[in-house]
Structures are given as C-alpha cells and as structure tokens.
Design a protein around this ligand. Structure first.
Ligand code: ZN
Length: 199
C-alpha cells in the first residue's frame, strides 16, 4: 500500500486555509533565521468589542483614528501579526511566515532579544484576562501543529506577557495553557515556565 502524505497547507509561508489580508507592516527576517517560537497575543478593537473590521483595518493601516475615542491613543501605530484568530475560530493571515511581522516590540525569550526576528505572531480576538472561545483554541492548536510540521524548530509557544514582562499582559491569566497543551500534546518545555501548574 502506498501511503500518500496530505498536501502541505503552506504556500510561500501563507496558510491555504486562512483568509488572506496582506499587511504592508512587515519586513525580511534576518538572514538564516531559525523560526522557533510562536507568540500568542490578544487584541480587540475597540477593546472588548468583537466581530468588527477594526483589527484588520489597524493591521493594514486603514483604521479611522476618529472613529472611536480609544483609537486616538493608538493613532499612527503601524503593527501587524502573522495571524488573527477570530472569536468563531476563523483564521486570518496578514504576513507570510517567511517574513517578519511587527507584533512583539521590545521583547526577549530565552536570552534572545527581538522576538519578531524569529517568532510567529498569533493574535486571538479577545481581551486580556477574559476567557477565549473553544473554537479559538481549536484553530490555534491546528495552526501550531501545521506550523511545527513545516518549521520543525517551531515547537515553543509563549504569551506576549512572557516575552515582554512588565510591559505587556496579553493574553493574560484567563488563557488556558493547559487546554492548549492537551490539544497539542507538546511537552512541558514547549510552554512558558509556570503556566501549566498555576500556583
Ligand atoms: Zn500582544
């Protein structure tokens, strides 16, 4: 019997099952970068409101800064992530995994600065310290599995709060790291210290 591998879900760093919303906010990764980390974030615009177009507008520099008082606070921000997972589990992609997205800012992981250089940024539509949806964990786990299949070193995941401690708090204490580990069956060392055994 011939075993037929399923076709790769990746084409030039784009996931074929994601909705593609290309963002100009990206650049090249440093030469010979080993992509080995996924950074999980949470975002909602306006904060706590779900389902609107504002996140995708922000990541494509099309947000109307006058549309909401909160937007004045982030006026001019040029950011992106590779992926956004909406509340219903929909996967949106803004930047090829081969390129460097602008999500982590000043950051460090295991002694290496500038996580944007070597990580994949994944935003979950949500609010720090508020529960996320089961469909979001399902999509996140599927995405991480697909990433690690194609980029075998990418077998570590951390929150923005872990790579920018004191400066960032997302995804926050309501993020279910144990549930993510159960879905992925990745070893403890793939996750930040402490999150699998809450005090
Ligand atoms: Zn973040």
């Amino acid at each position: 019997m011939n075993r037929v591998d399923p076709p790769s879900p990746w084409h030039q760093g784009w996931h074929v099952n994601a909705r593609h919303v290309p963002s100009p906010n990206h650049g090249p990764r440093p030469a010979d970068t080993l992509i080995d980390l996924a950074v999980v974030h949470s975002v909602s615009l306006p904060p706590g409101q779900y389902g609107g177009p504002e996140i995708e507008q922000l990541f494509t520099n099309q947000l109307d800064w006058h549309a909401h008082p909160y937007f004045e606070q982030i006026r001019g921000l040029e950011v992106s992530a590779h992926f956004l997972i909406r509340r219903d589990g929909e996967l949106v992609q803004f930047v090829s995994v081969l390129d460097r997205a602008w999500h982590a800012g000043r950051s460090s992981w295991q002694g290496r600065d500038n996580c944007n250089d070597y990580s994949v940024g994944i935003e979950l539509e949500g609010l720090e310290h508020h529960a996320f949806e089961p469909a979001q964990y399902d999509t996140l786990a599927d995405l991480l599995a697909d990433l690690s299949m194609h980029w075998p070193a990418l077998h570590h995941v951390a929150g923005h709060e872990h790579v920018a401690p004191g400066r960032k708090q997302d995804p926050g204490g309501a993020f279910d790291w144990i549930g993510l580990q159960q879905r992925l069956a990745w070893p403890d060392m793939a996750f930040p210290d402490g999150v699998l055994r809450p005090a």
